[in-house]
Design a protein around this ligand. Structure first.
Ligand SMILES: [Zn+2]
Length: 450
């Protein structure tokens, strides 16, 4: 028989929080085999907010917890059992379409065809009709915000709230996740202020119920992000999931997408996430990343607050002057894309643009050498249309240096010996200029294997 994740009836708890001061939590006790220690235990899972959100929490339904733990359950091949009902539409869509279809096309990930055990309820829950989107401060979210504040959008679809949650972490060190989360709150509040929106901050501990190094958490994350909206379903009735991919990349099988994550099928996922109370949209699927960058290039809140870097928090030699480290692959990709249509200077407050121009040939080469083909192709096309020249030197860096490095990293990615040597010789510092989160994931993995 398959193992189970058992979710108790949700409950509300007031507490004193390091992050919010007077806080409130939507909690449930989760009983399962811990995915990392393999010991069965019962542990509290929670979504924590400022106390003002108490009246919007929804303990009547298990929706938030089922959604939050779904990718973990599918990865670990565990059924989910819940004491309080889930929304009927959600139950129907998850069990008929989402779970069997995602499992069928991603069995090698592995994602498994699990079952949900519990009752469901089709009654509507009274709701304040807020329109929200998750906000990481990245390109996709700024596009969603700019678009849904524009005059082309009907009033009832205009964004009223941005949601900042800890659901996006790829870290497993609780203290560090908390510190990093706390550190970013100010910038999220600044974005909300600059866009004239309300910010909802949610710290949750979903990551503690996932297997390190978080493949399911980071590859199949839309349901996890959506869980926060379900925790607040007495407030939110429309939620935009900012899609990282255009609809042209659609595929249910991630093995066929050259390293893209589940955002390639967000249009399907968001349909399956809808309920009697909540409607989800895959916002931004109509545009490629570079088209979104063009859309936000003159949006002042983005120029002041854009943050694409996921590495800076882990760097011991980070460049704290800017929101973005300006040397990792994601930073470079974004900088080169803005450069390709002459808008990089608009973002000089958030990127080290001066340093970029000093090493332009190398940085452009690194972007071409290390990034996904679709990003490189779009960038080259737009550079050509804008008469931005890519130097011969950049191509030398791209094809004679960074491509071979990418190839070797791929070949040796699962070899513990190669990784040991790689870190021993400090090749990450030598090649990239920093030591990122992969190092600690490797250490953790190594420890577990021992
Ligand atoms: Zn970076």
């Amino acid at each position: 028989m398959r193992n189970k994740i058992v979710i108790s009836k949700p409950y509300i708890q007031e507490c004193e929080s390091e992050i919010f001061g007077d806080a409130v939590r939507l909690c449930a006790n989760i009983t399962m085999l811990d995915p990392n220690t393999h010991i069965e235990k019962t542990k509290e899972c929670y979504f924590e907010f400022d106390e003002n959100y108490k009246k919007y929490l929804c303990p009547e339904r298990s929706d938030a917890f089922v959604m939050g733990l779904l990718s973990s359950a599918m990865e670990l091949d565990m059924d989910i059992e819940f004491e309080a009902p889930i929304s009927e539409r959600l139950y129907y869509q998850l069990t008929t379409y989402y779970i069997p279809m995602v499992a069928k096309y991603n069995s090698s990930y592995p994602m498994n065809n699990i079952r949900l055990f519990g009752s469901y309820d089709d009654r509507q829950i009274k709701n304040e009709k807020a329109v929200a989107t998750g906000c990481s401060g990245g390109v996709d979210t700024f596009y969603t915000i700019a678009k849904h504040l524009s005059k082309d959008i009907p009033e009832s679809n205009k964004i009223t709230h941005i949601v900042y949650s800890s659901s996006g972490t790829s870290d497993f060190n609780k203290e560090r996740v908390k510190n990093e989360y706390k550190k970013n709150i100010t910038s999220i509040l600044n974005i909300a202020k600059d866009c004239n929106l309300e910010a909802i901050c949610c710290f949750n501990n979903l990551f503690e119920f996932y297997k390190i190094p978080y493949r399911a958490f980071n590859m199949f994350y839309s349901t996890t992000f959506g869980s926060v909206a379900y925790a607040l379903q007495k407030l939110i009735h429309i939620y935009y999931v900012s899609s990282g991919d255009p609809i042209s990349n659609f595929s249910l099988n991630l093995n066929k997408t050259n390293g893209h994550d589940s955002s390639v099928f967000d249009v399907f996922t968001t349909q399956c996430m809808n309920s009697e109370n909540l409607t989800f949209y895959s916002a931004g699927m109509e545009y490629s990343r570079i088209e979104k960058e063009k859309y936000i290039a003159d949006f002042i809140p983005a120029q002041k607050n854009l943050k694409v870097c996921a590495e800076i928090a882990f760097m011991d030699n980070n460049n704290v002057k800017y929101n973005n480290c300006s040397i990792c692959s994601k930073c470079l990709r974004t900088m080169v894309q803005f450069y390709s249509f002459n808008k990089l200077n608009n973002f000089k407050d958030v990127f080290d643009v001066e340093e970029f121009y000093k090493h332009k040939a190398k940085y452009v080469g690194k972007m071409i050498g290390l990034n996904k083909k679709s990003y490189v192709k779009d960038m080259k096309k737009i550079a050509k249309a804008n008469n931005v020249k890519i130097s011969f030197g950049s191509y030398i860096y791209a094809y004679l240096w960074y491509r071979p490095i990418k190839f070797l990293r791929h070949i040796f990615r699962n070899s513990i010996l190669a990784r040991k040597l790689y870190y021993k010789l400090n090749l990450d510092y030598k090649l990239d200029g920093y030591r990122g989160p992969a190092y600690e994931a490797y250490q953790e993995n190594f420890k577990n294997k021992k």
